[in-house]
Each structure stands twice: as structure tokens, then as C-alpha cells.
Design a protein around this ligand. Structure first.
Ligand code: ADP
Ligand code: ZN
Length: 705
């Protein structure tokens, strides 16, 4: 069983990460222990590493059952890019391709073999001839007819454990409910499996809900500070997806509509474009996103209210898989609620559907931390408010809403609880339309008693009243508003009602948006992103398979200038460093020198940085003193000195390194396999000599040679 150090080393070498995410290490340990495991982690939680890392270290092959061919290819490509040997077998391959893979398997050349459950029978013979080390069953909820992704072929998988009794099985899914969990273990014959249930909290997703008026305008504004970020807009109808894509195209965005009515070929093209960063925005019905393993979806908008929290959470979960901050925005409109109620009423299990919709509505209307509501839906309680939802960021100020509530409730009483929300508001505001006048509502005492409150605000207030139980909607009677026991307390017993102050709420939001708009700029990240896109196009692979956005952000922060430094970047393993390090380092250097050039231009008198260092050096200051005076790192000053030396300045490098160190390095240079890189020296001396010393000593040796 590998020790901690080996696991960490493998994690960095192959995946480029410095530390495990919660539960990953425990699960990996359990795999090496030979246990069966059931892993439940939200989308983006990092399930893959739980079997991919053991696969690298285990002696034989790891068999991975995966439901979608597209996803499979993606994962295999990702593994290959990280220098891990992997292959897939499915029905799209010709006989010869499969034979080649079998041969590689027999030659122990493949660590991970992906297969769709339907194609598993192809492998019957070969699996008895190779050394099998682990069986991973991805998207394991497909086995359960409880869920929505049921795949009949998954139900056959139970035979694997029977046939390979001593081989550990690891089943993975993002579906949390208990019935499904039990079903997975039973059907896979792994009833003793250790269960690992990760938190469903996705802290990097900000949650925001806004009233659904002027949605298109709001979306265009929303996009202003995200000119290059990819995102998905979920809509209820095909028509909306097309209208929206059209509007966004007019604004110059690369947006596409995606729904089941579009032919298959075009749909795959759009999906591919999105994966490859050439299509920036997809306006889709819920069909889109399943099986897309794109880590840099930066935002998800729900143009319409989703019908339940499960669906909503899965859809927003497609944003920010790379762990970087990502935005989610939900538009909440009363018309959507009515529409969804109609759907629910038409469905088989109406009551359940309506109850689920109700929870969704409570979420959207909430005046307290939204993440708490989401997580509590999944049975998880958090200790503190999240700080990353709109309610936490701009807590609504509470006003005494007693008068507002009394006006609304007495109006509803006077129209005999016979009208839906729209008409109630019309009456309150004294509207002159036929609906009101025909019924003689203008005669009522409450007609026009509250025309000082805007129509939209009335809608919000009434929704708040519904949420607090002061009103109910009679779904079966054309959504008429009905009074409740609580409303009587307000009308007759002087109960105080607290409402969120809408006016203030809007104002704070505008200020926040302004601040965001100010912060935007074209930066190194964007430069790196463009390079990534270029390389991806050249190699015809998805951009995120080169590096994730998270890796680019890390490069932006660390600004690596050497191979060793580049290896420090999160998500950079050995293979990726070899393949791309050079180009990215060059881009960073170019960017930095552009920046310096710009600075120089702006401030000509200051002269260049090296000269400044040289001047101080000539004045007799030590490297340490120069660093302090110039507010730069000593290593930077050393690099200046090296450059000055190279460019022929008369600087004696020997004063900076001891004779002993030079001598040690000279010996190492003869012994090392790769004496031109710095890292081998660093490791050879077990980090006892720092990079500056090594660099300086090598330069001295060069001079002497
Ligand atoms: P899931 O299959 O659970 O949806 P993935 O396995 O695709 O999630 O992982 C989601 C993202 O998180 C990927 O970009 C992956 O490389 C990254 N990731 C996984 N483990 C780590 C880790 N320990 N440190 C940093 N990033 C990680
Ligand atoms: Zn919150």
C-alpha cells in the first residue's frame, strides 16, 4: 500500500495538484485497502481522481464503466494529456482498433480501460486474460430505476463482483438520495461497501435571484463584465432559447440555441463548439449539459424558474467545476410559477411535483441565506450563513409591512378571494381595465388604496406574504389568492408583519454592479486564455484539456519563468509541463516585458530595472541591501546580476557563492543525467542549495570553462 508521500507525489506528477480535496485521500486509502466503495460527491467534487490515481499505482488494469461515449473519450483524452495510459472500447470502433487495444492490454500497456455497459460483453475473454486491479463504476445512479438517468444495461453490472470477487469495486455518483444509494449497493453486489458522502456545498458558486422583469436587458448587463466567459442560459421553452440566442447574437455574442428540436448533427456541433470555447453561450432547454465535462463554465442563468431544487442544483452545478468563483443567476417570475403549476397538475404524481415546486419557490423568495435552504434540502446543515449569496451580500432591510399587508388582505377579502394575484394588484392600484371594471371592483372601498406602490413591488410584497403564510394560492382554482388563519390575525388582531424593503434592496444591488464593472480589465489571464485557445485549435482538442481556468489563474498569480516554477502551478503535472510549459512561460515573459515596456514609457526617467540594480551595485551595496532599497526580492536582484554579468558588465559572481558550493556543483554536473536543468541539482543536494546558488555556481563554472 503506497504511503502518503507516494500518493501526494503521484497527485502532483500526474494531475498537477498539491493537495487532495475533502474525502479523496480517505477514498483512495480505502481502495488500496481492497474495500468496495460508494462515493457520493457533487458534480465537480473531484470523483475521477478517486479511481484514476489508484489506477496509476495499482499493478494491473482498472476497468471503468461509464455511460456516455462522449464523456468517455473526453476522460481518456484528459488522461493521455497527463501522461497516463488509457483507452476506451465502444461500438463506434472498428474491429481492428479494438484488437489493437486488446493487444496493448495483454502487454500491460494500459492502466485505465473505459467501456460503456452495453459494450462490456466485448471484453468477456480479454478480462480473464489480463490482471484486473480495480473496477470503477461511474455515474452509478444510472443503475437505479428510481432516478431519471436510468440505463437498463447498468443493471447487468452486478455480475462483475460475482465474477471478480477479490477485485475492489468503486461506484461513484452525484445523486444523494438514500433509496438510490441502497439500490446501487444491492444491484452491484457490494452491500458491504464503505460509503463516502461528500458535502454538497459548492462554495465557489455565488447564488443570486432576481425578479424576472426585463430579463434580456438584465442578461445583457450581466454579461458586460464577462465579455469572454462561457455560460449556459436555461429556458423553459424552445422558442425562448431561440429568441434569446438571437438577441445575444445581435449584441455580438457567440450564442447558440440548443434544444431537442434541433437536428442531432447540429446539436453535437454546438456542444463541441461550447466545449472548445468557440461557442461562448448556449441558450438551452434542460437537455443541455448532461455529459459535458467542461470545467470552465463561468456562469449559469435560469431564464425561467426550474421545476424543482434537484434540477436547479444539478444545472447550476455545471458552473465552476474547476473551483474558481462562478456566478449563478435565477430569474423569478410569477408567470413561470403559474406555468409550472400547470405542468405539475398534468403530471402523474401531481402532489409531489407541486410540493417540489413549492420548495423551489421558497428558495427563490427567500429573505435569508439561500445556500442554507439549498443544502438543507439535501439534508445538510451549515453552521453559518454562506456570505456568497445575494441575501448574505445585501441583506434586505426589514420594514414594518403591517399596513401594506392589511391593505392587501382586506382587498382580497372584499373581492371574496375570487381573483389571482394580477387582478388583486390591479384593484389595489385602481386600474381601469375591463377585468376590474366589468366586475364592479371600482365600487370597493379598497379600490385604488395603494397606487403609491408600483405594480412590480406589489407583486414582490404579495409573494413575501405568501411565503410567510399570510396568503395561499389555490392552484386548483385558477390560482386565486386565499386568506389563511394567519391573515385573520393581521386583519383582526393587529399582528405585525415584517417585509423586506424592496426599494433599498434594488439600490444596493446597483451599487454592487457598478463596482464590478469598474474592476474589469484585460490581463495576463486573458493572454494565457488566448494562447490556450490557439493551442487547442491547433491540436483539435478542447481548450480545458490543455489547462483549466484554475491553472491559468494560478499562472497569473505565480508568473512562473522556469520549468521548475512552472511545475508549481496547480494542475501542471510532468507531462503537461513538457508539452506546454515552454509556450506558456514565453507568453508570461512576453507579457511581463510588455508591461515593463509600458511602465518605462510612462516613466522614462526611471531607466531600466537592471541599470538601477547595477548603479546600486557599483555604489557598493550588497544584494540584500539592493533588494531592500528597491523593494524587490533578492532572487530578482540576483537574476539582474546574472543578466548584467552575461551582458558583459564587470561583476565578479564568485563573491556570491562559496568555493565549496562551486566545487560541489562541479562534481554534480559530471554525475547528473540532465546537467542542463536546475532542478536535478536542487534534488541532488536534497534542497540544501537554493536555486540562486545553483544558477550562480553554474555561471561561474561556465566562465571558467
Ligand atoms: P466530478 O467527476 O466529481 O464531477 P472531476 O473529477 O471532473 O469531478 O473534478 C472536477 C475538477 O476538479 C477537475 O477539473 C479536476 O481536475 C479538479 N480536481 C480534482 N481533484 C482536485 C484536487 N485535489 N485539487 C485541485 N483540483 C482538483
Ligand atoms: Zn448566503
Amino acid at each position: 500500500m503506497p504511503n502518503q508521500e507516494q500518493l501526494r507525489y503521484t497527485l502532483k506528477e500526474y494531475f498537477g495538484y498539491d493537495s487532495f480535496r475533502p474525502l479523496q485521500q480517505e477514498i483512495i486509502d480505502s481502495v488500496f485497502n481492497g474495500d468496495d466503495n460508494l462515493v457520493i460527491m457533487p458534480t465537480g467534487g473531484g470523483k475521477s481522481i478517486c479511481f484514476q490515481l489508484p489506477a496509476i499505482l495499482l499493478p494491473g488494469v482498472t476497468l471503468v464503466i461509464s455511460p456516455l461515449i462522449a464523456l468517455m473519450k473526453d476522460q481518456v483524452d484528459g488522461l493521455l494529456a497527463n501522461g497516463i495510459s488509457a483507452a476506451f472500447v465502444n461500438s463506434s470502433q472498428v474491429e481492428q482498433e479494438q484488437q489493437e487495444i486488446y493487444q496493448q492490454l495483454l502487454n500491460k500497456k494500459i492502466k485505465l480501460l473505459y467501456v460503456a455497459p452495453e459494450s462490456l460483453s466485448f471484453l468477456d475473454t480479454i478480462l480473464t486474460q489480463v490482471e484486473l486491479s480495480l473496477i470503477a463504476i461511474d455515474e452509478a445512479h444510472c443503475i437505479s430505476s428510481w432516478g431519471h438517468d436510468f440505463r437498463p444495461a447498468y443493471t447487468q453490472l452486478g455480475y462483475l463482483k460475482k465474477k471478480f470477487q477479490n477485485i475492489p469495486v468503486i461506484a461513484l455518483t452525484a445523486t444523494a438520495d438514500k433509496a438510490t444509494r441502497q439500490d446501487i449497493c444491492n444491484q452491484l453486489n457490494i452491500s458491504d461497501a464503505k460509503q463516502y458522502l461528500a458535502s454538497f456545498d459548492r462554495k465557489n458558486l455565488s447564488l443570486e435571484v432576481r425578479p424576472g422583469n426585463k430579463r434580456i436587458e438584465q442578461i445583457i448587463n450581466f454579461l458586460k463584465d464577462k465579455p469572454n466567459d462561457c455560460g449556459i442560459i436555461y429556458c423553459l421553452s424552445r422558442k425562448t432559447t431561440e429568441m434569446l440566442a438571437d438577441k445575444l447574437q445581435q449584441q455580438g455574442y457567440n450564442a447558440e440555441a440548443y434544444h431537442a428540436g434541433i437536428d442531432h448533427q447540429k446539436r453535437s456541433k454546438i456542444q463541441e463548439g461550447f466545449i472548445n470555447d468557440t461557442v461562448q453561450i448556449v441558450c438551452a432547454t434542460i437537455a443541455f449539459g448532461m455529459g459535458i465535462d467542461k470545467s470552465n463554465v463561468r456562469w449559469v442563468i435560469h431564464y425561467n424558474l426550474p421545476k424543482n431544487i434537484e434540477g436547479y442544483y444539478q444545472e447550476i452545478g455545471r458552473a465552476g467545476r474547476d473551483g474558481l468563483p462562478s456566478h449563478t443567476l435565477l430569474f423569478h417570475s410569477y408567470a413561470d410559477v403559474v406555468q409550472l403549476q400547470k405542468f405539475a397538475n398534468m403530471s402523474g404524481n401531481q402532489e409531489v411535483q407541486l410540493a417540489k415546486l413549492d420548495r423551489m419557490k421558497q428558495y427563490a423568495d427567500s429573505l435569508s441565506c439561500r445556500r442554507r435552504i439549498l443544502l438543507s434540502y439535501f439534508g445538510e446543515l451549515i453552521e453559518e450563513d454562506c456570505g456568497n449569496c445575494d441575501v448574505c451580500k445585501n441583506p434586505p432591510s426589514i420594514i414594518d409591512g403591517t399596513i401594506i399587508a392589511q391593505k392587501a388582505l382586506s382587498c382580497i377579502a372584499r373581492i371574496k378571494e375570487e381573483e389571482p394575484i394580477g387582478t388583486v394588484i390591479d384593484v389595489l392600484r385602481g386600474a381601469q381595465n375591463a377585468m376590474v371594471l366589468d366586475k364592479g371592483y371600482q365600487q370597493l372601498k379598497t379600490y385604488g388604496i395603494a397606487n403609491d406602490i408600483a405594480w412590480r413591488d406589489w407583486q414582490q410584497y404579495i409573494v413575501q406574504l405568501i411565503n410567510q403564510g399570510y396568503l395561499e394560492i389555490a392552484f386548483h382554482q385558477n390560482n386565486k389568492l386565499k386568506l389563511t388563519e394567519l391573515s385573520k390575525k393581521v386583519l383582526f388582531q393587529g399582528e405585525k408583519v415584517r417585509l423586506a424593503n424592496l426599494a433599498e434592496f434594488e439600490k444596493i444591488k446597483e451599487v454592487a454592479q457598478e463596482q464590478i464593472n469598474k474592476a474589469k480589465k484585460l490581463d495576463l489571464f486573458e493572454t494565457l486564455r488566448r494562447l490556450r485557445l490557439e493551442l487547442a485549435k491547433e491540436a483539435d482538442i478542447p481548450a480545458y484539456q490543455i489547462f483549466s481556468d484554475a491553472s491559468l489563474r494560478d499562472m497569473e498569480k505565480l508568473r512562473p519563468m522556469t520549468d521548475e516554477e512552472f511545475m508549481q502551478v496547480s494542475g501542471v503535472g510532468r507531462q503537461k509541463m513538457k508539452n506546454y510549459g515552454h509556450q506558456f512561460i514565453k507568453a508570461i515573459l512576453d507579457f511581463s516585458s510588455e508591461k515593463t515596456k509600458a511602465k518605462r514609457k510612462a516613466n522614462k526617467n526611471k531607466g531600466d530595472s537592471h541599470k538601477e540594480t547595477l548603479k546600486l551595485y557599483k555604489e557598493g551595496l550588497s544584494v540584500e541591501e539592493i533588494a531592500v532599497q528597491r523593494k524587490l526580492a533578492q532572487s530578482t536582484i540576483f537574476s539582474h546580476i546574472m543578466k548584467l554579468h552575461q551582458s558583459g558588465e564587470n561583476i565578479d559572481l564568485k563573491q556570491f557563492v562559496s568555493k565549496e558550493d562551486i566545487e560541489s556543483i562541479r562534481k554534480a554536473k559530471e554525475e547528473l543525467d540532465n546537467p542542463d536543468a536546475l532542478k536535478p541539482y536542487f534534488e541532488h543536494f536534497q534542497e540544501a542549495l537554493d536555486y540562486n546558488t545553483i544558477r550562480l555556481a553554474l555561471a561561474v563554472l561556465e566562465d571558467d570553462a
